[in-house]
Design a protein around this ligand. Structure first.
Ligand SMILES: [Fe+2]
Length: 250
């Protein structure tokens, strides 16, 4: 049987070779470290991811923070045992090399006990959304978010990016982005002010999130805050059981 690792990594490599890298790099920098690549991943590899989405659907943890977010999430821990192709994508050396070139820094995976490192977000019930926020880095270096569209059966549930917020010299530019299957965005979590607008009845949206960092270390206070956020806003209190105390982390 052909290894899923070879399959996913080779598909990524081919998709990267088809890009106009220099043009994309200019856009990424001009957009304050944000890029949208429409249908970047080919249908063959997406089919594998979609079958794994169905396999982990029973593991969805629903969460609700009044005034900020409502939706479902599946953590890295659930994906570890049930989603090998998605894990291959997260760990793809071709993707990691491409992203490192794009952000001009050697990127690393998050530590294995970070439930957010590779996770799924499910928008399945009317009103599921998340309000405007940054994906702040709790790590000592930068944190980059990669989002991959998996299911986009909605007219109202959209990623909304407000570019240049916090830059007095530039006017804010808003983009509403349909994350069709295979589309990808990459951004510096401390720079992009973004939200997801509410889902309508009968719609569905599923997105894969991948997190990469420039430094895998995290201080104890930020570790505590990160754990609280993961437990109550995303994956449920069980994630506490999986994380090592900050003083034992590398
Ligand atoms: Fe976010």
């Amino acid at each position: 049987m052909e290894s899923a690792t070879v399959n996913v990594d080779q598909s990524i490599q081919r998709a990267i070779e088809d890009l106009d890298f220099d043009g994309m790099l200019r856009t990424y920098r001009d957009q304050n470290e944000f890029i949208f690549l429409d249908r970047f991943l080919p249908p063959g590899v997406m089919d594998q991811f979609l079958s794994e989405v169905e396999r982990v659907r029973p593991e969805v943890n629903r969460n609700y923070i009044p005034g900020h977010k409502k939706g479902g999430s599946v953590s890295f821990y659930a994906l570890l045992s049930k989603a090998p192709a998605i894990l291959d994508l997260y760990r793809s050396s071709a993707l990691l090399a491409f992203l490192s070139r794009l952000v001009d820094a050697p990127l690393m995976l998050c530590p294995e006990d970070d439930p957010h490192s590779c996770a799924l977000y499910f928008y399945t019930e009317p009103g599921d959304h998340i309000g405007f926020h940054y994906d702040h880095s709790y790590y000592k270096g930068n944190r980059y978010t990669v989002l991959i569209g998996l299911v986009e059966r909605s007219q109202s549930c959209r990623l909304v990016a407000r570019l240049y917020k916090g830059q007095p010299s530039r006017e804010i530019r808003e983009m509403r982005i349909p994350m069709e299957s295979g589309s990808m965005v990459v951004f510096n979590g401390d720079k992009l002010w973004h939200a997801v607008t509410p889902l309508e009845a009968g719609g569905e949206r599923v997105v894969l999130t991948l997190q990469y960092v420039t430094d895998q270390r995290m201080g104890p206070v930020k570790q505590l805050f990160s754990n609280m956020k993961d437990a109550f806003a995303y994956f449920g209190p069980a994630v506490f059981l999986r994380r090592r105390p900050a003083h034992k982390r590398g």
